[in-house]
Design a protein around this ligand. Structure first.
Ligand code: IMP
Ligand code: MG
Length: 173
């Protein structure tokens, strides 16, 4: 049976949520020197939209982690495959993720970043998927909360497919 795509968020709903997040982040970091760290690959579309809605000046860098294989289950081990290149020591850092599921990735990242001695670290996730959380992680800025389901589109992939879809869908096998 072919995979089925069930709509979750439209382009307009996504845009509205991104604007809301950008407004809050711009307000909270006004007058500060914010360094945004995007988590590749999934975040590339959300991050591009988010930074263009900010009204503050920021620096942007990326980190890439290996956490997912080609399935739909989180793996327990997380490794860095591309390191941050900006010096974040004594800087305000905002980690930007597409989706938080088990929490293992964010948990790893928070510990990893602490070794660079930033002034502060907060987390922004476009989707907070709650049902399979294994580690309690702080999510300071959330675009949308879902309980369960595997989502694709707007940067989110299944086996590197569907990232290009402008809307977010629930992928049903
Ligand atoms: P966590 O470590 O389990 O929180 O997983 C975080 C990563 O798993 C995200 O950055 C995504 O790359 C991937 N992921 C988790 N849930 C989904 C989903 O529903 N669709 C696509 N990717 C997902
Ligand atoms: Mg990701």
């Amino acid at each position: 049976m072919p995979e089925e795509l069930v709509p979750v968020l439209s382009r307009a709903e996504i845009a509205q949520k991104v604007r809301g997040l950008a407004r809050q982040i711009s307000k909270d970091y006004a007058g500060k020197d914010l360094c945004i760290i995007g988590v590749l690959n999934g975040v590339f579309i959300f991050l591009a939209d988010l930074v263009r809605e900010l009204t503050i000046s920021v620096q942007v860098d990326f980190i890439r982690l290996a956490s997912y294989g080609s399935g739909t289950e989180s793996s327990a081990s997380v490794q860095t495959t591309k390191e941050i290149e900006l010096d974040v020591k004594d800087r305000d850092v905002l980690i930007v993720e597409d989706i938080v599921d088990s929490g293992l990735t964010i948990d790893f990242l928070l510990k990893h970043l602490k070794q660079c001695h930033p002034k502060s670290v907060k987390v922004c996730a476009f989707i907070d998927k709650t049902e399979r959380r294994e580690v309690q992680v702080p999510i300071d800025y959330t675009g949308h909360v879902v309980e369960s389901g595997f989502l694709v589109g707007y940067g989110l992939d299944f086996d590197e497919r569907y990232r290009e879809l402008p809307e977010i869908y629930h992928l049903k096998p």
